[in-house]
Design a protein around this ligand. Sequence first.
Ligand code: ZN
Ligand code: ZN
Length: 440
Amino acid sequence: MSKIKFQTLTGMHDVLPEDQIYFKRIQKSIEGIANYYTFQKIETPIVEMADVFTKSIGEETDIVGKEMYVFKTKGGDNACLRPEGTAPVMRSYLEHGMHNLPQPVKLWYEGPFFRYERPQAGRYRQFHQFGFEAIGEKNPSIDGQIIQMSYDVLKELGFKNIKIQVNSIGDSECRPYFRKILTSYLRSRKSSLCADCQKRLKDNPLRILDCKEEKCQQVKAGAPQTIDHLCESCHSHFKQVLEFLDELELPYELNPYLVRGLDYYTKTVFEIVDMSDFGQSQGTLIGGGRYDGLARMLGGRDTPACGAAGGIERIMGLMKEREMKVGSKQEEPQIFLAQLGQLAKRKSLKLFEEFRSAKIPVAESFTKDSLKSQMRSADKMGAKWVLIFGQKEALEEFITLRDMESGEQKEIKLDKVVEEMKEKLKQLKDGKKDKKLSKS
Ligand SMILES: [Zn+2]
Ligand SMILES: [Zn+2]
């Protein structure tokens, strides 16, 4: 075979049909939880003014400094592909005067984001993220709710060994002083830091606490901690957040060196990490925190806010690796439609439409032609009934119903099929309920 001419760019990937089931499952869980807590969906454009991010995330961060896809539009605007979701949501909040609405304004989003990162396993340059943002509320109960929702998403997807790490990084009141004492501590150990961190020392010393290099980890272990240097208001806010987490009975632990790398964070920061069977962290699945200063960075007035974001590919990767279940059996179609011959295929389109408007899920396989291979698909899917629609059936306007368990077959008139199957599904459901009742 000749060499394939075109392939995806480095770091880009197709979300193939076999992965859609995971995407759907994750999206469903996010949307369900968002709806439950009355968060409304928002969609911001993929392309934004680059300044939305440079002014908020910080020019010294990797995201803005190295990883942003920046370009000039034909009109001369300095634009970029969005690298994250919080700044655009805040941009939208300010642009549409959402401070006039009842506060907090609770929003959620989901979609593709772009970072020109070094390619490595499980990291993509176009990836999907979701996020919850509650804007216009300073009460620590909102921090608790955001953490609860993030935890719920992962719990609902079936993650068992997850841990919440929390910290407070202070605000404009107390952070400058902390930065000063941290810098002087780190400066005295400059030679023990990795090359990147030696550079960070000048512009972004807090980020050194984030560094994964072994050398820097050792320096970090003796570093001053933010929670010992919080001002009174940050201290009492954090105390209340922890009280909420206790009340919600969420499994959290304090991580005094958790900082999250972006400039806009204030006070509460958190990450939900997945733990292996040996108690080793497998990386962050969802992270977030409070960003009371972001609105002002984007030219608005002070607006307290709190949010979280999670990476869909990262979550999906672990779900696949652990062979976690993606759907319950009940949601899958119980009915499989096997079709043979052109006439049956043509007529079955209408039948499908009738099933769809009756809200009855029906599976089929368009590609496989022999009845045998279609029956095999039906069996693999765990379908309870197969409707056989062949040449003879199509001509004489009936369908053959086969019960997969008993192997019994019977003929049903075509215009009675939907009705009859509806009745059968109802009986199946009632039967399940009865079983449940008699068990308890
Ligand atoms: Zn380092
Ligand atoms: Zn403070």
